[in-house]
Design a protein around this ligand. Structure first.
Ligand code: BG6
Length: 469
């Protein structure tokens, strides 16, 4: 593995503590980081060397006994800090000097990975300063690549997404840009492609002739507490609809890629997202639901009269011969009864296939077969099917075939989303990162909804609701 420096811009923020640092430590312990690697934090706060080390140690979120203290100490030896304001050119020059120093010490031009761990309104300032200080340039054509990792939200609407994309396009090649949608890194979500394309028995059924509807859900028990100011600007549709739910839809609906390489998979995901049908105001008002949990207005940072959605349900349609007429329900809410992400594929009812009984009366029609991809928790797959109830009469009842990752003793623990993402960014594999085409296609669909979103009635629901009418 080639020597690499991972620069976390905004290392003092919440994301670095919750996701990045624990993931980097786990990769280090699993020996998945290059032998020569360094992590440099860049942020506004001033620290002494010891204070910074202590600050990072706390944020590694290690459970008692999880790792050896020696390993943690060695990991911390790779982490250092450069203080600077995000709009201050000399700070970036100091950062560039620091990177150069490390390269000189290693006697090699290293790879550089920049992670923007900051609110999106700072992206432009940071990217332009990184570029101006030449930090975005690789050493030469063959050694020392630079890559940039961008977190969602990728813009607040199609216009801001487009201008961010334009800026990125000016500074980097597409192969250097890693746009994070951490849902793509979830093992059970990646498994959708394996399940669909490695089990030929399902593919002929994957069609409007046999599929009645698809229901994609992302429910969370957690509320917007603690991130009110940020969340209030977005709402559920933008926060998770524009990205996570549409990526789930893409994996369910896309055509078989030519190869299982990043380019082909991303291209197929983008193609299907591009075929999402624009919803008319009338259809939206008839079919969409929008909710806000009771008490949301009292969250700190939320406007007193906020109309922001913490729950939504919309019906997406895809204009392709395979999917014409099949509704894809997208539903997500915060402060719900349970946390779960799953996708139900409903097959057409057996009623139309049922042959009459000997006496001419119709059989009790079996209900629909349902194939469920459980994304989290209790990751797995289940299929609802029907069997004859033993006995003299011909009656059927539902049963379930189940596969749960946790039940397979030979399976390793499922990798954490961020471990997987960082690992792939090091390796240069963009399969689990959204392409510019995917981002634009999903924004196009969401923007059309947003145009009429205020016309959809906002329902207030109780915290802990199981479903919203
Ligand atoms: C994030 C959203 O992208 O995804 C959060 O901003 C949401 O609001 C989170 O809670 C859900 O991710 P996960 O992996 O916890 O299901």
């Amino acid at each position: 593995m080639y020597p690499t420096i991972f620069v976390i811009i905004g290392i003092t923020g919440d994301l670095a503590a919750r996701k990045l640092l624990p993931a980097l430590l786990a990769l280090y312990i699993k020996k998945l980081l290059p032998p020569r690697f360094a992590i440099i934090g860049f942020s506004r706060r001033a620290f002494s060397r010891d204070e910074f080390r202590e600050f990072i140690r706390e944020r590694l979120n290690v459970r008692p006994g999880e790792f050896h203290e020696e390993d943690i100490k060695h990991f911390l030896d790779h982490v250092s800090y450069e203080q600077g304001f995000f709009d201050n050119m000399p700070a970036y020059e100091r950062l560039a000097g620091r990177l150069q120093e490390i390269d000189e010490r290693w006697g090699q031009c290293s790879n550089k990975l920049f992670h923007l761990s900051v609110p999106p309104n700072l992206y432009e300032t940071i990217l332009t300063h990184l570029a101006a200080s030449k930090l975005t340039l690789p050493c030469d054509d063959r050694t020392g690549w630079t890559r940039v990792l961008i977190e969602k939200p990728f813009g607040y609407d199609i216009e801001t997404a487009r201008s961010l994309d334009k800026l990125l396009g000016k500074l980097f090649d597409e192969k250097q840009i890693f746009r994070i949608d951490h849902y793509l890194a979830k093992e059970a979500l990646q498994n959708i492609l394996a399940f669909r394309f490695m089990n030929p028995m399902f593919e002929p059924m994957w069609h409007r002739d046999h599929i009645d509807k698809v229901h994609i859900k992302l429910f969370e028990k957690g509320s917007a507490e603690g991130r009110g100011a940020f969340y209030d600007k977005l709402g559920a549709l933008k926060d998770v609809g524009q990205n996570h739910l549409l990526q789930m839809l893409a994996l369910i609906a896309m055509n078989r890629p030519r190869t299982f390489g990043a380019e082909d998979i991303r291209a197929e995901r983008a193609k299907i997202l591009d075929k999402l049908v624009r919803l008319s105001a009338k259809e939206l008002k008839k079919t969409a639901a929008k909710g806000q949990y009771a008490g949301y207005l009292a969250e700190s940072g939320v406007a007193g009269n906020s109309q922001t959605d913490t729950y939504f349900r919309v019906v997406a349609r895809i204009n392709t011969p395979r999917w014409k007429g099949v509704p894809f329900y997208l539903e997500s809410g915060k402060a719900m009864a349970e946390s779960k992400a799953e996708i139900d594929v409903y097959f057409k009812s057996a009623a139309k296939h049922a042959s009459p009984k000997k006496d001419g009366a119709a059989h009790q029609p079996a209900d629909q077969n349902i194939l469920t991809f459980r994304i989290q928790p209790d990751e797995g797959i289940k299929i609802k099917f029907f069997v004859k109830t033993p006995g003299y009469a011909f009656n059927v009842e539902p049963k379930t075939l189940k596969f749960k990752y946790a039940d397979v003793t030979s399976f390793p623990d499922l990798p954490d989303d961020y471990e997987r993402l960082i690992n792939d960014a090091f390796a240069g594999d963009q399969t689990l990162f959204a392409s510019t085409e995917e981002i634009m296609a999903s924004w196009k669909f969401i923007t059309h909804i947003l145009e009429h979103w205020p016309e959809v009635t906002l329902t207030v629901y109780e915290r802990g609701a199981k479903e919203i009418a």
